[in-house]
Design a protein around this ligand. Structure first.
Ligand SMILES: Cc1cc2nc3c(=O)[nH]c(=O)nc-3n(C[C@H](O)[C@H](O)[C@H](O)COP(=O)(O)OP(=O)(O)OC[C@H]3O[C@@H](n4cnc5c(N)ncnc54)[C@H](O)[C@@H]3O)c2cc1C
Length: 378
């Protein structure tokens, strides 16, 4: 393992352009996009993408401990935020688990080489937490599916080549589950029937978008799993959201916490006992989060574990943003260069408001923990 870790560290030291350090990520997706894309392709060419995928599907099948080591070293090197993560961590594993051999042959090599970028078309204006309420429709017209409807909050849709879309292809059975009749479709983004409109966020950034399908088309064989049984596939994708990369995210959190501690020393806030206590709580919380993640990351993904980890990290990170603002005091309210010229701490504070929403809101995670872990009634 030490050999693998050293290899990652040395490769990053030799290849990472210092100008790209820390670029991109939540709330800063606009930063250096072409350079980050080129960087991801370079990673791919050197065999550093899709480490977790089985070798037969174009991955390296490295053990979990090595994946963790990669993500730790990547975060330690402050390497830029990846632009290919939706392909590698969501749709790729979904195709490996549920796709046809043709779908795997068509898509996996291009995901691994970062030739095609993906986005996730689940949420709609009337269907977020209640995902089974999606009303985007797809109907067969000869050898093609034709899609009509709207998705929203679609991260990176403006740069994506493909979108995986949860759409209704048939009515739910009489008196049956709303989860039946949904299908999981792979839809090319660059076509006349697809319109992408950016949504401006609190940070001034436009990381996510509205996506309109007006007669958008995709081939008949672009359904993953059975027609009408897409719910199972869609939930399978969500289970892949949790993985070794969570550990890398926590290294990033550690760096942010270290920054807040340094800031508290600089501003004198560290002398305030209430701030000191919150810093100590943050340190303990992050250590507990890391231990919990390492304990649960191994083995088959379970939605319960994923819910606990998501609830823990999102609340922790949001509280860190609030702590950073209190450490800055009145200075934290000033955007010196203009309304969107935010410093690192202001951006953290504002963007971390989204952490308790995306990937399933805190309330939804609590519902899952209550019913599936604690066995409480609905
Ligand atoms: C930064 C960011 C990126 C995103 N990227 C994507 C993406 O790439 N693709 C995509 O498809 N979606 C994406 N989303 C959307 C995200 O998945 C949804 O915002 C989320 O699932 C919540 O849905 P909603 O916004 O419709 O809120 P709603 O579901 O309308 O919920 C509103 C409020 O009601 C609460 N609530 C809802 N139902 C219940 C219940 N049963 N019990 C208790 N409380 C409840 C919620 O917790 C929330 O506080 C993104 C969101 C953000 C913020």
């Amino acid at each position: 393992m030490q050999g693998f870790r050293r290899e990652v560290r040395e490769w990053l030291a030799a290849n990472l352009d210092p100008a790209l350090r820390g670029a991109g990520g939540p709330g800063r997706e606009h930063e250096a996009f072409p350079e980050r894309l080129a960087w991801c392709r370079r990673l791919a060419a050197a065999g550093w993408t899709c480490l977790a995928w089985p070798p037969g599907h174009g991955g390296r099948g490295v053990p979990l401990a090595a994946q963790v080591a990669f993500h730790e070293e990547y975060a330690r090197a402050d390497a830029p935020a990846r632009v290919d993560h939706i392909g590698e961590t969501l749709v790729g594993p979904t195709l490996i688990a549920f796709g046809t051999p043709e779908q795997r042959r068509r898509f996996l090599p291009r995901i691994a080489a970062v030739e095609e970028l993906w986005c996730q078309g689940y949420s709609e204006p009337g269907a977020g937490s209640d995902l089974a309420a999606v009303s985007t429709r797809a109907r067969l017209d000869g050898d093609e599916w034709v899609l009509d409807g709207q998705k929203i909050w679609t991260s990176l849709a403006h740069v994506a080549d493909w979108c995986f879309v949860l759409a209704r292809t048939g009515p739910p059975p009489e008196g049956g589950s709303r989860h039946t009749g949904l299908s999981y479709l792979l839809v090319p983004m660059r076509q006349p029937g697809v319109t992408v409109r950016p949504i401006r966020q609190l940070t001034g950034d436009c990381e996510f978008n509205e996506v309109f399908f007006d007669g958008a088309r995709t081939a008949r064989d672009m359904v993953v799993g059975e027609v009408g049984q897409g719910w199972r596939v869609a939930m399978g994708t969500l289970a892949f959201e949790r993985g070794a990369s969570t550990i890398g995210q926590q290294i990033g959190f550690r760096r942010e916490l270290d920054g807040v501690i340094a800031l508290a020393r600089e501003t004198g806030a560290a002398r305030d006992p209430a701030i000191r206590e919150r810093i100590a709580r943050a340190w303990v919380g992050l250590s507990a989060l890391r231990s919990h993640t390492l304990r649960t990351i191994d083995g088959a993904p379970s939605s319960q574990d994923a819910s606990v980890v998501k609830l823990l990290w999102s609340g922790w990170h949001r509280a860190l943003g609030e702590l950073a603002m209190d450490v800055l005091g009145a200075d934290g309210t000033l955007a010196r260069g203009g309304p969107d010229e935010l410093d690192r701490w202001q951006r953290l504070f504002l963007f971390s408001r989204a952490d308790t929403i995306y990937g399933g809101s805190d309330e939804i995670q609590r519902n899952i923990i209550a019913t599936r872990v604690l066995g409480l009634p609905r």
